[in-house]
Design a binder for this molecule. Structure first.
Ligand code: B16
Ligand code: MG
Length: 218
């Protein structure tokens, strides 16, 4: 086991904002099922797996459908979502991310991805970040969704780092809980009121100043 620090990044809401594309695809599905799906409703799906997201959406609309229909709608929603993902470019990398990755590279600090998304590898490829991560853990690798710590523990293992030496960057409550259950330091991206369990909270990724990073590392 190496001693030094490593980072594990969530994807949606941290590296890129794919929530807006999830929203458009889920909203269209809700429309088809006969009810309205709002931005507020979309907040409930952040960091949540695709299958669980559909369950929440159906609950919002008070709609009951068969297992077969659920499978059909999951495919339909993902196909629409992929239509947006396929148009993504490096311009969609959130402010602060590239500077942070450059800083980590300059200090030889390794980093992994820890995302609930099964589309994570494709998204990273689209925005040109795929080759920069030392390890990827996505929705295809986990059997238990956040807030279970599995995704981050697999990430630490792949990086050959002890959990307590890992820093997770997360925008969802479930993700912050998962990081703390994994015994990792957690930086929350979003509002302090929502992500209160994180060790540090920044409004966005530009919060990673050199001063903060130097303090964290030393
Ligand atoms: P997919 P993260 C999560 O990504 C999203 O926040 C969540 O809204 C989505 O349902 C989930 O990925 C699954 O995505 O349908 O692409 O497998 O925040 O964990 O990077
Ligand atoms: Mg997220």
């Amino acid at each position: 086991m190496k001693k030094e620090i490593a980072f594990i990044f969530d994807l949606d809401g941290v590296i890129v904002d794919t929530a807006k594309y999830h929203f458009l695809a889920w909203r269209n599905l809700a429309k088809e099922l006969g009810f309205e799906f709002t931005q507020e409703h979309n907040e409930l799906l952040k960091g949540v797996s695709r299958v669980k997201s559909l369950e929440i959406l159906l609950g919002i609309g008070n709609v009951e459908i068969s297992e077969e229909e659920k499978q059909k709608y999951l495919i339909q929603k993902n196909e629409e979502y992929l239509g947006f993902v396929n148009k993504m470019t490096a311009e969609e990398i959130l402010p602060g991310v590239s500077n942070l990755l450059d800083y980590l590279d300059s200090k030889n600090i390794i980093y992994a991805l820890g995302s609930a998304s099964k589309n994570a590898p494709l998204i990273l490829e689209k925005v040109g970040l795929y080759n920069r991560f030392a390890a990827l853990v996505d929705g295809n690798d986990v059997s238990k969704a956040k807030p279970d710590p599995e995704v981050f523990l697999i990430g630490a293992k792949k990086l050959q780092m002890k959990p307590e030496n890992c820093v997770v960057v997360e925008d969802a409550i479930a993700g912050v809980e998962a990081a703390k259950l994994a015994n990792m330091t957690c930086v929350g991206i979003g509002s302090k009121e929502v992500l209160g369990k994180a060790d540090f909270v920044f409004d966005d990724m530009t919060g990673f100043t050199t001063e903060f990073l130097n303090k964290l590392i030393n």
